[in-house]
Design a protein around this ligand. Structure first.
Ligand code: LRH
Ligand code: MN
Length: 431
């Protein structure tokens, strides 16, 4: 019997008054889609199978370098983070795995953590290493880099940390490691660009050798921050080249906030698919920099166009196509649980809309160079309100028809506020 953070009976009570309208809306959409030759049940089944992982650091309140405004009942350790992740999955029904960050989530007893998550029906997705900040008592500082540091001893320390993340992940059933490093320079001349990248590859080769069978390694590129002039793994082309040098188990991870303004990310996704190096995603949204805002909140069309490339690859049978989907967000002014449930729904929405695209017609208009009709095919799918399908999929999976409404009606936050004294940690920073 899976342990639940909220009484399932309460969720059913919350759904009851919403069900008649949902069934009516679902039937109406079904009729509309049938006229387009689409079986709504086929889309509902695809949505029911759609999964996106939650970042453990996403259930805490994030901040900026200026300030962080803690919210009530903040999770204080990895166990309380898992409790909150369990609420997201219980109501949203599409987030059964958690992506941990080490050492923030380093458990004293890995077995205890594994059993605790399992009780809630949760598992673990890609592990994340952290060589972008110094831990108390750490022998060597990462101030001037980690895997690319000029000092071999610092690189050694960073490599061993990544190997420790793999060992913890292995014990938890994870099958991937995401490596994002902030290494770079703030001034011209500070780093030798070519030597730094050579050191990056040397360090990664050692980490790849430590990968257990069946594991993948994801390289996460980022244009800038914390380095403000040059970043060693600054963009997708460099990431692709490194992944191609490091072997078949190394792939590229696309964090939507890590690109230059106006870069065509859906085209980057198509390229990485074509090159067989698309490992996965950190979904979020942004207006300017790496804002880590809720997915689909600023540029929903971009999210749809990215899933248009992903669904097209899936349905055209691209070999070994298995991208890992994860959220990576920082919730500075919203309740993290509400933002994660809403964001999981927005990612599933883009997937459902992309599944509605009339691919045969699109290909015909592309081959006949009819751009207006080609765009219309995509806009028809993007402008379809698939909310009834998303809600029906949650309801059928004993989740909440309206997760945020059910969560607010539940006493979860109030209950946890009694159990979890206000966070002592005021400091700034994303987590
Ligand atoms: C870097 C990043 C990376 C994580 C961190 C929390 O900006 O996207 O994926 O390690 O955020
Ligand atoms: Mn990320």
């Amino acid at each position: 019997m899976t342990r639940t953070a909220i009484d399932p009976g309460f969720v059913a009570e919350q759904n009851a008054p919403l069900l008649p309208n949902l069934e009516a809306d679902y039937a109406h959409l079904g009729a509309q889609l049938a006229r387009r030759g689409v079986d709504i049940e086929m889309i509902a089944q695809r949505v029911a199978g759609f999964r996106v992982a939650i970042p453990s650091w996403g259930v805490g309140t994030g901040g900026t370098r200026f300030a962080r405004f803690p919210s009530p009942a903040e999770p204080r350790d990895v166990f309380e983070k898992i409790e909150d992740c369990a609420v997201v999955h219980q109501l949203a029904r599409s987030t059964p795995t958690i992506s941990l960050h080490i050492p923030w989530d380093k458990p004293k007893d890995i077995g205890e953590l594994s059993r605790f998550a399992e009780d809630f029906g949760l598992g673990f997705d890609a592990m994340n290493s952290n060589t972008f900040e110094d831990q108390p008592g750490q022998p060597h500082s990462y101030k001037f880099g980690s895997l690319t540091h000029t000092d071999r001893a610092v690189r050694r320390q960073a490599i061993e940390h990544n190997m420790e993340c793999i060992e913890i992940g292995k014990a938890l059933g994870s099958r991937a490691l995401t490596v994002w490093i902030g290494d770079g320079g703030n001034f011209p001349g500070q780093q030798h660009f070519r030597r730094a990248l050579d050191r990056y590859l040397d360090s990664l080769r050692e980490i790849v050798r430590a990968l257990p069978p069946g594991w993948r390694l994801f390289l996460e590129h980022k244009l800038y921050e914390p380095a403000l002039y040059s970043t060693v793994l600054n963009e997708w082309g460099v990431s692709y080249w490194c992944a191609s040098q490091l072997g078949p188990r190394v792939q590229c991870l696309v964090d939507l906030g890590h690109h230059a303004p106006n870069l065509n990310i859906e085209m980057v996704v198509a390229r990485l698919i074509q090159f067989g190096k698309l490992g996965g995603f950190h979904f979020n949204d942004s207006k300017y920099g790496d804002d880590d805002l809720d997915s689909g909140s600023i540029k929903p069309l971009q999210l749809f166009l990215i899933f248009q490339e992903l669904v097209d690859a899936e349905l055209s049978g691209v070999p070994d196509f298995d991208p890992a989907y994860m959220l990576d967000q920082s919730h500075n002014v919203t309740d993290p649980i509400e933002s994660l449930m809403s964001s999981a729904a927005e990612v599933a929405r883009a997937y459902a809309q992309a599944s509605l695209v009339d691919r045969a017609a699109l290909e015909r208009h592309q081959e006949e160079n009819d751009p207006l009709m080609a765009l219309r095919i995509l806009k028809e799918a993007f402008q379809t309100d698939v909310s009834p399908i998303l809600a029906m999929a949650r309801h059928r999976a004993r989740g909440a028809i309206d997760p945020v409404r059910a969560f607010r009606a539940s006493d979860y936050r109030a209950r946890k506020a009694k159990e979890r004294p206000p966070a002592a940690r005021k400091g700034a920073g994303i987590v």
